[in-house]
Each structure stands twice: as structure tokens, then as C-alpha cells.
Design a protein around this ligand. Structure first.
Ligand SMILES: [Zn+2]
Length: 331
């Protein structure tokens, strides 16, 4: 039973949302350029994802909002007054709400599956960035799945310390290192969808987003690894279409975080530990499997939280759903 539930949702992410809007505009322009330039035959989705990702960090909201995704894709004049409310800073990220927009005049890319909009009446997945602020629990999460030796080291530390955590490998990483991921699954750690190829989802049509999640799900199935029923969007770039696509592949929640250790950008072990330990009740802590500094920081992170009397929970426990828990404890 899924309910639309956003009480855990942290709304104060205007910069990120601005980034997502920028991404939408940039990616649609990229699509238009790719089509006009005849690059469609070779570019396809990964190339567009790459183009869309260029220049994202640090970009600010464009001063003038484009009227609709379709209008920007065909190069119409930006900014109609009618569209402004939709694109106001407080508006939810859209991509599915453009009531009066014309159909795009550019043909679809050969490998861009339709449709663009989610099916009507689809129930969207909830978005979670932390757990219960009243409980002395934290959820450690590890993304991406590359660097098998480091992943195994993280697993060894978690097992030695009897600490729960949740993993979000990409489908590509699971295909490349199946034995590592089978070992993580055997150790009863929950493993969830982080897309197949780690492209940014936000701004893409419904079907490409759904496909990216379904393709990762197929890898879980092919390896005989149970997929936990939630997902994490690469780069924290998601939109309402992502929430619909998540639901469409049978997953219940989009999982964000409220503590980013910065390990993905080369932080030292000391920095990773310091930032992780800024977490408090209900925190979801973002880490990755590839930085060796993360494995080096992990024992200190665990020690620090244990000293404060915290328990370590899985994302499934944060959500209050059934699923594997390597080290069950009573609340
Ligand atoms: Zn990632």
C-alpha cells in the first residue's frame, strides 16, 4: 500500500531545484542541437546526459524562465507571462505540466522511447531525505558500486562492527562486479536501484527515466539479487517525472539524504568522518563505495555514532517497510 507521503521531505533545496531547472533547459537545448546537427544516429541518450551534465555545478537560475519544455526545445521565444507561475522558485519541478504547449516540431530521437509524460493517474513515489528526527538512528548509505576492493573493505568493516547500511550500486557496477554484489546481498545488506548507467534523470521524458530504472532492475534479476523497493537518483537530480517512473517500476520511494560527506569529490578521511558525524537523529548519510578515504573514515564514523548512543538502520527501516536488515535490533 503506497500513500503519497511527504512529511519527511525537506523543502529547502532551492539551489538544487534551480540546478534541475537549468538541467531541464540545457538538456532540451542539447536534444535540439543533437537532432538538428544530425548527431541523433550516434549521440543517443548517454551523450545527451553528458551534455546535460556539463556546467551544472554552480550554475544559477536563469534570469528568464523558458515558457515550457516543448517551447524551449523548438527554440521559441522564452518567457511567456502565462508560464511564469509554473516556473516560480517555489513551484514544484515540472516537466509534465504544460497545458497549452504545442507538440514539439522536432522528430523524436531514434532511441528516445516515448511517451514523454507519465501515464495519467499514476501514483508518484514519495521523496525521503531523512528519517524520524526524534529517534537516535542514522542510516549509512553507499552509492555507485565501483572499486570492488574498497567495496569489500566497507562490507568487512560493517560486518565486523555489526552495523546496518544500505547500498545503491548502478546496474553497470553490478554487471562488472557481480561477485562483490552477490556477497553484499548474501550478507543481507539491502541493495537498491541507482539507475543502470548513472545518467541524470531530471528533465528526461518519462519513458527514458522508467527504462533506466527498469534496466537496472533487470540486472538485479539476472544476478538473483533482491532489489529493495526504493531508488536513489544520480547527482540528486530528480523531478516529478522521476517520482512517477520510480512508481512505474514498482518502487516506493526516491531516497535522498541530509548529510553529504563529500567523499565523492575527494574529501579526506578526516573530513568525511567530521561531516558524517554532524549527522543527528534520523540522518541519512551519503557516502560512496569508490573512495578509499571512505573506507578509512568508516570505523571512526561508526565509533562516533556508537559513542553517542545511536543505532544504525537500513533505508527500509527508515521507510518502515519490510526488507533485509543485517543486524536487527529492537528500537
Ligand atoms: Zn551515484
Amino acid at each position: 500500500m503506497r500513500t503519497r507521503q511527504r512529511e519527511y521531505y525537506i523543502g529547502g533545496r532551492p539551489r538544487r531545484r534551480a540546478g534541475r531547472r537549468t538541467l531541464l533547459v540545457v538538456s532540451l537545448i542539447a536534444i535540439a542541437v543533437a537532432v538538428v546537427g544530425g548527431a541523433a544516429a550516434t549521440g543517443r541518450l548517454p551523450a545527451i546526459g553528458l551534455l546535460a551534465g556539463i556546467g551544472l555545478p554552480g550554475q544559477s537560475t536563469p534570469p528568464v524562465a523558458l515558457a515550457t519544455p516543448q517551447a524551449s526545445a523548438v527554440g521559441s521565444s522564452p518567457a511567456t507571462s502565462a508560464a511564469s507561475p509554473l516556473m516560480s522558485p517555489l513551484a514544484s519541478p515540472n516537466g509534465s505540466t504544460s497545458p497549452s504547449s504545442p507538440a514539439p516540431s522536432v522528430p523524436p530521437l531514434p532511441e528516445t522511447p516515448l511517451p514523454c509524460r507519465p501515464p495519467a493517474n499514476i501514483q508518484t513515489a514519495r521523496v525521503i531525505s531523512h528519517g524520524d528526527f526524534k529517534q537516535k538512528v542514522v542510516a549509512l548509505t553507499f552509492d555507485d558500486g565501483t572499486n570492488p576492493e574498497n567495496t569489500k573493505q566497507i562490507l568487512r568493516i560493517l560486518q565486523k562492527e555489526k552495523v546496518n547500511a544500505t547500498f545503491f550500486p548502478t546496474g553497470v557496477a553490478m554487471e562488472r562486479f557481480p561477485d562483490v554484489w552477490k556477497a553484499v546481498a548474501r550478507a543481507k545488506f539491502p541493495i537498491a536501484n541507482h539507475t543502470y548507467a548513472h545518467g541524470a534523470l531530471a528533465g528526461k521524458c518519462f519513458e527514458p527515466q522508467r527504462h533506466e530504472l527498469a534496466r537496472a532492475a533487470a540486472v538485479f534479476a539476472s544476478l538473483g539479487i533482491a532489489e529493495s523497493p526504493y531508488m536513489r537518483p544520480p547527482y540528486e537530480l530528480w523531478d516529478e517525472t522521476t517520482e512517477a517512473a520510480t512508481s512505474a517500476v514498482g518502487l516506493e520511494a526516491v531516497i535522498l539524504w541530509n548529510v553529504d560527506t563529500g567523499d565523492w569529490q575527494g574529501a579526506s578521511a578526516a573530513t568525511i568522518k567530521r561531516i558524517a558525524l554532524t549527522g543527528g537523529k534520523g540522518s541519512i548519510i551519503l557516502m560512496h563505495t569508490f573512495p578509499e578515504a571512505t573506507a578509512a573514515a568508516l570505523p571512526g564514523i561508526i565509533k562516533g555514532f556508537k559513542a553517542r548512543g545511536f543505532r544504525f538502520v537500513t533505508i527500509g527501516q527508515v521507510l518502515g517497510i519490510d526488507g533485509p536488515v543485517p543486524y536487527p535490533t529492537r528500537p
